[in-house]
Design a protein around this ligand. Sequence first.
Ligand SMILES: NC(=O)c1ccc[n+]([C@@H]2O[C@H](COP(=O)([O-])OP(=O)(O)OC[C@H]3O[C@@H](n4cnc5c(N)ncnc54)[C@H](O)[C@@H]3O)[C@@H](O)[C@H]2O)c1
Ligand SMILES: CC1=C(/C=C/C(C)=C/C=C/C(C)=C/C=C/C=C(C)/C=C/C=C(C)/C=C/C=C(\C)C=O)C(C)(C)CCC1
Length: 485
Amino acid sequence: MSQLMYTPIEDIPKIQGDVRSGFGSGKTKDIAFRKAQLLQLAYLIKDNQQRFRDALHADLGRPPTETDLFEIFVTLGEVRSAYDNVAKWAKTESAAFSLNWFAMSPAIRKEPKGVVLVISPFNYPIYLLLTPLVGAISAGCAAVLKPSEQAPATAALLTELLPRYLDPTVYRIVNGGIPETTKILELPWDHIMYTGNGRVARIIAAAAAKHLTPISTELGGKSPVVIDPKCDLKLAAKRIFWGKIANAGQICLSPDYVLVPRTFQDQFVAALKEVHDSFFPEGPRASDSFSRIVSEQHTRRLKKLLEDTQGTVVFGGEVDVEHKYVAPTVVRDVTERDSLMSEELFGPVLPIIPVEDVDEAIAIINRHDHPLALYVFSQDSKFKAKVFDNTQSGSAIANEVVIQAGAHGLPVGGVGPSGTGYYTGKYGFDMFTHHRATMDSQGWLDWVLGGRYPPYTAGSLSLLSKMLLPSFPARPKSLANAPGS
Ligand SMILES: NC(=O)c1ccc[n+]([C@@H]2O[C@H](COP(=O)([O-])OP(=O)(O)OC[C@H]3O[C@@H](n4cnc5c(N)ncnc54)[C@H](O)[C@@H]3O)[C@@H](O)[C@H]2O)c1
Ligand SMILES: CC1=C(/C=C/C(C)=C/C=C/C(C)=C/C=C/C=C(C)/C=C/C=C(C)/C=C/C=C(\C)C=O)C(C)(C)CCC1
């Protein structure tokens, strides 16, 4: 297995300078070049699938099925979609038709922003590094990638493979921890995409502000689940519990806590226990279908949150810091002020908060930061609409969890504290694309537009008003008492 070597800090400005020169050559703008690089990226993943599985097993004790589902398939899907659509996405687009303007051929040129920086976290180190790269390549940008040092085997493998498959004059990896990333952030970039926690996002945003660099932040938060007692209970329990134990709960979109009607809590907890026993008949510790926590530090953090909870542990609760193991755990009768509600859990611990009704569930959600995802389990469209219409979140998903990130055509992104901007598919292309307004005005148009030149006269203004001043419908009766009426 490759060993992770940090990039010497003094090399970082040169790497950025080299990539900037590479971008300056103009080669990344060529659609054939973009497609060739995308194809190479597909083969980088396909040729090395087993090595990626092994690396993720070393980093997170991750079962290969999960690496395939959450990283390999979905990243290859992103590459395929970009490969098929890049020519269409990159085409100059005519502006919406307007009688006044069409003669000037107004259009939008899709131009690469330039040299972009991608900083990614440990939990999906392939998908969250390479999906932004797909966006950057398809947008015609050059890119420097900073993988998470907390997933060293995967970072080392990517560092070995990237220059073998992609053009190293325009796509490079820089490795390291805080000192290296701090150096990277001193440099001017044309866009920074950061995926990770909100604390570091503030550091990134402050560094970017010095150069007025635009940023996208893909963050996390506490994604709630609202349960309607009339839901399909077995299905709800199975999907929610899977979303909590996959990658040992280290998923940005993982259900963080569940809001369940007080009278339904016993049934819901019993259903979760049944699912637990069916997923792990030999117990989760012995199972090869259950990951470990990324570090001893994060395991200790989860241990402390569990020690401090005032809720009742229904099952699980076992923590072994040395082996970075946290058992799948369900805690019932949790309150809003509990330790388990103090931060994003990012582990296989599921707190259940009993509520009187859906109104109380909505009020609790709205007292917290807008989450990355909001889940509802219900067969009743009015119930679902009530929850979605009265809350805000990155995504609003009924009767499913987590897999919305893999759904073709949907953006992935947060709102407010769960992030700014969207990636995947065309959204990834747009993130790294400058929409450059262009037009070409003919001289003869001054027959009608000549009134803009001095000396200004009442007649010229009247003509300009006729062409350019928009009219509006009369105010309806319902606005009769509105200010100014
Ligand atoms: N919205 C999304 O798509 C998404 C996806 C995955 C994870 N997340 C969120 O990410 C978080 C987990 O990731 P994490 O942040 O713990 O991962 P992490 O510890 O791997 O850090 C992420 C990146 O930030 C860098 N970093 C850390 N400290 C830094 C500093 N002081 N200055 C500059 N860079 C620094 C790391 O080197 C790494 O590359 C969770 O909150 C999760 O919800 C969001
Ligand atoms: C096959 C036929 C049919 C049915 C097809 C169906 C229903 C296919 C369904 C496929 C599904 C549900 C696939 C799910 C994939 C999930 C993925 C890829 C999850 C990805 C999650 C990710 C990337 C998470 C990322 C995490 C992040 C960003 C944070 O940390 C019929 C029935 C239509 C008939 C014809 C044949």
